[in-house]
Design a protein around this ligand. Structure first.
Ligand code: PNS
Length: 159
């Protein structure tokens, strides 16, 4: 049984994340999608809201679990009895940040493997921050996130 952890902020989940999760769940027996709960970043949605949006998006997907974690990713991964981390790589611009994170995690826990998946081209320039920006100016995000996330964003904007 091969389990992999896909960690992230997911603020909010986008079609790009769902693309990566779909690819990973074909290769691994079980994928745990986990929202990092203690980021220094300012978030649009609470951890509970981000977990709820992921759960709705992944409902019925038997080998995918949604969770959240605090503290170091390596400790969480060990607790889940795996050593595989999934990350998405969209463009070269992601590489430096991702390499640094993978290297730090490997220093902390040498057995860890970070496996990168490339989303389909149409999601190359999609990120949660792009979605938040468009949402901030009341733009249309329906091509970027699932319908229930569009609704959650609209409710947050007080529309
Ligand atoms: O979606 P994001 O914001 O790019 O995800 C970043 C995340 C949550 C994967 C990363 O910040 C993380 O793993 N944080 C946990 C704390 C940690 O382990 N830090 C050391 C590795 S950089």
């Amino acid at each position: 049984m091969r389990t992999a952890v896909y960690p992230g902020s997911f603020d909010p989940v986008t079609f790009g994340h769902l693309d990566i999760i779909g690819r990973a769940s074909k290769i691994f027996d079980r994928v745990i999608v986990s929202v990092f709960a203690h980021s220094a970043k300012k978030h649009m949605f609470t951890v509970e809201e981000r977990v709820a949006m992921l759960k709705t998006a992944l409902k019925g997907r038997k080998n995918i679990k949604v969770d959240s974690f605090q503290g170091l990713l390596v400790d969480y991964v060990k607790k889940k009895k795996t050593d595989v981390v999934i990350r998405g790589l969209r463009a070269i611009s992601d590489l430096e940040y991702e390499f640094q994170m993978a290297a730090v995690n490997r220093t902390l826990y040498p057995a860890i493997e970070t496996v990168f998946f490339m989303p389909r081209q149409r999601y190359t320039y999609l990120s949660s921050s792009v979605v938040r920006d468009i949402a901030h100016f009341k733009g249309d995000v329906s091509k970027l996130v699932p319908p229930h996330v569009v609704k959650t964003i609209a409710a947050r904007r007080g529309k």
